[in-house]
Design a protein around this ligand. Structure first.
Ligand code: NAD
Length: 377
């Protein structure tokens, strides 16, 4: 049978690309599964759980036997020469500014599919790693903010007096933002949110949040066909910033999640806005690794900016590693299942399939993705 290899992640990564459940299902498709020893430790899955599910526990060297390699992140360049020629790799490849790595993968004959390039169409919903991970990041952002906040979230009426509910403002009401709204509401906060996409208004309201935005003509047209945000005009941004500035001065906690595909994150919160907040306020910048929505936020750090604790944790889904891994593993399984010839019990990647077309970075010795091929030449 063909071999699937589940690697141990490098560096600070806490997640893993398989679960006991997906190992069983991969075995069910007719594959042998090798899990690198210790791969699940940081997400609470011991080797014994993988072996009970039917995996063989192996070492890093076993990658050379693999027809399919499953990872969370792009493999280190030093690992790539050990791949079997023609192997299939599924991971969050983060292909931007990675021309050297893509060339190595192409030279090794690896077919690398980048999970985060999955189109957001109905057929691919179960494979959507951006959504599964953003959901948990939005949840965790509220937990992290609550942890740093020196006051209670819900209103409490006690014999010693009343503690007011915290006011939480969520900027960017996509997948992460909507989960942040729901989580903050469950904790009893008074929640408001903003977005530049008109469709977000109703979603925010349905979760019990108050929607704050300049709703002019530009706003009504600000969604792309793919459902993503467009960059807004200078004039709109100024009007919106004025409205938001007044609102932020009254908040206890801000959570920012705003992204625009293929661009740096929009700057939404200035130092002056932070300075207007009450002492003890907290802000979480989920966009910190993409340039940041909050002025002064630092990736991987909690910093004090104008008296506000600004949380900039990197890899927030990795802070809920067990759940994030379980969902990520299912996303991988759902995609891989479509790439398997069930009768032959073998992987057969069809380069004409729209999901393959959208995600395939390297194939048959070349960097093939139109967005990354030129840079890699
Ligand atoms: P994202 O991570 O790209 O951005 C997060 C949010 O920030 C978005 O809602 C965006 O509109 C917002 N934003 C951008 N610039 C902003 C600004 N200047 N001010 C305020 N907010 C700003 O987005 P996402 O969470 O991946 O979701 C984007 C859309 O795609 C949503 O409508 C979501 O429901 C949709 N979606 C569809 C599918 C599917 O059909 N399979 C799957 C996932 C998401």
């Amino acid at each position: 049978s063909q071999v699937i290899f589940v690697g141990r992640e490098a560096g600070q990564e806490t997640r893993v690309s398989a679960s006991a459940e997906t190992v069983k299902r991969l075995k069910g498709l007719g594959f042998d599964v090798i899990v690198e020893a210790g791969a699940g430790l940081k997400s609470g899955v011991p080797d014994s759980e993988f072996s009970s599910a039917g995996a063989e526990i192996g070492s890093a060297a076993d990658i050379s036997k693999a027809d399919v390699v499953l990872l969370v992140n792009r493999p280190l360049d030093t690992l790539i020469p050990h791949f079997k020629r023609g192997a299939l790799l599924l991971a969050v490849m983060n292909p931007y500014d990675a021309a050297a790595s893509l060339n190595l993968l192409a030279d090794q004959g690896v077919t690398a599919l980048s999970m985060e390039l999955m189109p957001r169409i109905t057929r691919a919903q179960s494979m959507d790693v951006l959504s599964s991970q953003a959901n948990l990041a939005g949840y965790r952002a509220v937990i992290d903010a609550t942890h740093e906040y020196g006051k209670a979230m819900p209103m409490m009426m006690t014999a010693a007096g009343t503690v007011p509910a915290a006011k939480v403002f969520v900027m960017g009401a996509g997948v992460a933002g909507l989960q942040a709204i729901a989580t903050a509401r469950r904790l009893g906060a008074v929640v408001s949110a903003t977005d530049v996409r008109p469709a977000a208004k109703e979603q925010v309201a349905s979760l019990g949040g108050k929607f704050i935005a300049v709703e002019d003509e530009e706003f009504r047209a600000a969604e792309t066909a793919a459902g993503y945000a467009k960059p807004m005009s200078e004039a709109y941004q100024q009007k919106q910033a004025a409205l938001v500035a007044d609102h932020i001065a009254k908040q206890d906690i801000i959570i920012t999640t705003a992204l625009i595909p293929g661009r740096a994150a929009p700057r939404l919160v200035t130092r002056a806005m932070l300075a207007s907040m009450k002492p003890g306020s907290v802000a979480v910048d989920l966009a910190v690794e993409r340039g940041g929505n909050i002025e002064g936020s630092k990736a991987g750090e909690i910093v004090d900016v104008e008296g506000v604790r600004v949380i900039g944790y990197a890899n927030v889904p990795g802070r809920v590693a067990a759940s994030a891994s379980a969902l990520y593993a299912r996303n991988l399984y759902a995609f891989l299942e479509t790439l398997v010839d069930k009768a032959a019990k073998e992987v057969r990647v069809n380069p004409e399939d729209e999901l393959v077309k959208a995600t395939m970075l390297t194939h048959a010795g070349a960097v093939v993705h139109p967005n990354f091929a030129a840079a890699a030449e």
